[in-house]
Design a protein around this ligand. Structure first.
Ligand SMILES: NC(=O)C1=CN([C@@H]2O[C@H](COP(=O)(O)OP(=O)(O)OC[C@H]3O[C@@H](n4cnc5c(N)ncnc54)[C@H](OP(=O)(O)O)[C@@H]3O)[C@@H](O)[C@H]2O)C=CC1
Ligand SMILES: O=C(CO)COP(=O)(O)O
Ligand SMILES: [Zn+2]
Length: 351
């Protein structure tokens, strides 16, 4: 049998360490970064780190900056127009998941090198060659540019609000369910299952569980664990050429809630709750997942997020329609209202 071509495109270098943003200029030199450079940043992060960043890169020559407010297609189009004018050789995306997604997607559309500088360990888009852009007609991620390099400063990441750190734990714990959905799909539909990439995603989830155990004692060490887990989950997506190892029924639930009640919660928070629910459906230890999220202070109930019970139940019943081509434990027909309500009540997600 002739093997289909599969190309794995991975970042060239990953820098991780405490206070390493102070060496940004050195890293860009090592990476042969030349001007013009376009910095894409969000408004909050701009206030926090822009001064430090600009200090380190202005020697490179022409540096322009664009502030993005969300990850909508309108914001992508606006940023792309600026990028066309600047004609950068490199794009630096600095911030949380939304800013990095916009930077990564604009870099993809214009085929420009993209460097990922995360400021919050809240999502595994830090390394992945995918972006979640609102307004493209579907709530799931689309192909984007593989980061040329990643610069993850643990001091910056661990100073992010605790809610963002907890969201990263939720997004990563989700892989416990995602890889089970993938394996199930391979058995039932014959879909290719990548043992290696699934193991990498599973390892990330285990690191997130370990992080949840020690975060109260050693924040910096646990954020380092979490960041490495997020990076390797992104690498798993890059190796698989799809978000399959990192996104299963728990993400479908999160996307469904986002559709029904936009901006109700952070992505990783919804994925965390989705993981409790779908772990229950898979018949695995959902209480361990709930305990880990509870222990760090991440939400485990609809009430904590101010989401009405009906939205949770409705999301469970429509989750299977979000990405019908990706088979999960929800099957082709999804959950009935009654079974969805029972799952949500049994797991304590709704009262
Ligand atoms: N591409 C992929 O593979 C993946 C993409 N995603 C996507 O990522 C997004 C979620 O990312 P997430 O980071 O949770 O949300 P946001 O990007 O919306 O970030 C949340 C907020 O945190 C702020 N922030 C970031 N860093 C810091 C910091 N160090 N200190 C204080 N505030 C900070 C941001 O500021 P500012 O306003 O400046 O941006 C923003 O206001 C979703 O759209 C999700 O779909 C998630 C997983 C994977
Ligand atoms: O959030 C993601 C991985 O954590 C990406 O998943 P989707 O492909 O479902 O958008
Ligand atoms: Zn995710």
């Amino acid at each position: 049998m002739e093997l289909q071509e599969h190309v794995i495109d991975l970042p060239k270098k990953v820098y991780v360490g405490n206070g390493i943003l102070s060496k940004l200029g050195d890293y860009l030199y090592q990476l042969n970064v030349v001007d013009p450079i376009l910095v894409i940043i969000g408004p909050t992060v701009r206030k926090l780190v822009l001064g430090e960043i600009l200090n380190k890169i202005t020697w490179l020559g022409k540096v322009e900056m664009v502030e993005v407010n969300n990850s909508s297609i309108e914001e992508v189009n606006r940023t792309e127009e600026i990028a066309k004018r600047v004609n950068p050789k490199f794009i630096l995306g600095i911030g949380g998941g939304k800013t990095i997604d916009v930077a990564k997607y604009v870099a993809y559309r214009l085929n420009i090198n993209f460097i990922s500088i995360p400021t919050a360990p809240s999502h595994d888009g830090i390394t992945s060659p995918f972006a979640s852009i609102k307004g493209l007609g579907k709530p799931v991620s689309v192909k984007a540019k593989t980061p040329y390099a990643i610069i993850a400063d643990i001091l910056v990441l661990s100073s992010a609000p605790r809610r963002l750190i907890n969201a990263g734990i939720g997004d990563t714990i989700g892989k416990l369910v995602a890889i089970r959905d993938w394996k199930l799909a391979s058995k039932l539909t014959g879909e290719y299952y990548g043992d290696y990439t699934a193991s990498l995603a599973l390892l990330s989830a285990k690191h997130a569980l370990a992080c949840a155990k020690i975060i109260h004692r050693d924040l910096k060490y646990s954020v380092r664990l979490l960041t490495e887990a997020l990076i390797s989950s992104g690498v798993a997506m890059g190796m698989a050429g799809s978000t399959r190892p990192a996104s299963g029924s728990e993400h479908l639930f999160a996307h469904a809630v986002d559709l029904l009640q936009p901006n109700a919660a952070m992505h990783g928070e919804l994925v965390g709750i989705g993981t409790i629910l779908m772990a229950y459906v898979h018949g695995i230890n959902w209480k361990e997942i709930r305990n880990a999220l509870n222990k760090v202070g991440a939400p485990t109930t609809a009430r904590q997020l101010g989401i009405p019970n009906d939205i949770i139940i409705k999301a469970l019943t429509i989750a299977h329609t979000i990405r019908p081509e990706r088979y999960t434990i929800l099957g082709d027909r999804g959950l009935t209202w009654g079974s969805a309500e029972k799952i949500a009540r049994d797991t304590g997600v709704i009262e």
